[in-house]
Design a protein around this ligand. Sequence first.
Ligand SMILES: CC(C)(COP(=O)(O)OP(=O)(O)OC[C@H]1O[C@@H](n2cnc3c(N)ncnc32)[C@H](O)[C@@H]1OP(=O)(O)O)[C@@H](O)C(=O)NCCC(=O)NCCS
Length: 179
Amino acid sequence: MSAGALAILLTARLALAPLSGDDADEAYTAFADRDLYRLMVGSPPADTGALRERFTRLAAGSPDPGERWLNWLARRRDDSTLVGWHQATVAGETGDIAWVTFAGHRRAGYAREGAAAVLAWLRGIGVREVIAQADLRNAGSNATAAALGFVPDPGTIDESLRGEPTVDRRWRILLDAVR
Ligand SMILES: CC(C)(COP(=O)(O)OP(=O)(O)OC[C@H]1O[C@@H](n2cnc3c(N)ncnc32)[C@H](O)[C@@H]1OP(=O)(O)O)[C@@H](O)C(=O)NCCC(=O)NCCS
């Protein structure tokens, strides 16, 4: 895998900029939305300081030299409105990916558009396969994976979310197939 400095990714409507601690004030309201975490790992930050720490830690990257943490905030190019968050963890030729579109901006194609740009960038740094995982109840996330061309694994995976048993679907895409 080539190093590839984390870049700003441009799509038709979005600019995905590498996340930094300085984004915390602007992003606090979006990340404080409790409903965001209903079907995904994580919890709302206590305050902007806690979010700044979280972002700073994420931007600093993984303590494991064999792994890269990649985080982008997605803003609309026309008015700079913050609409989403894209995340990938890369180890060798494999990546894990996750997507978030903030309340009020969903069902407009932003998760799909942003994630497609992330996949193209991952392909460019030599990632061959990307995995996404979603709670079976997370219709939006499973639909986003399918729309991007991910293929579901045949079985399901037993997981737990905040102490409750859950069932996830794992999706895979081979980036050789992404144009
Ligand atoms: C899942 C999530 C990222 C989808 O974001 P979005 O920007 O609304 O998704 P898009 O508009 O790009 O839609 C992508 C595809 O999923 C479909 N879709 C989106 N939300 C859906 C829903 N609630 N039910 C069914 N299909 C849905 C769209 O129709 C589209 O399919 P198409 O391209 O074939 O028409 C968003 O709902 C979200 O952030 N949820 C909370 C956080 C979360 O759970 N993230 C996932 C963690 S695994």
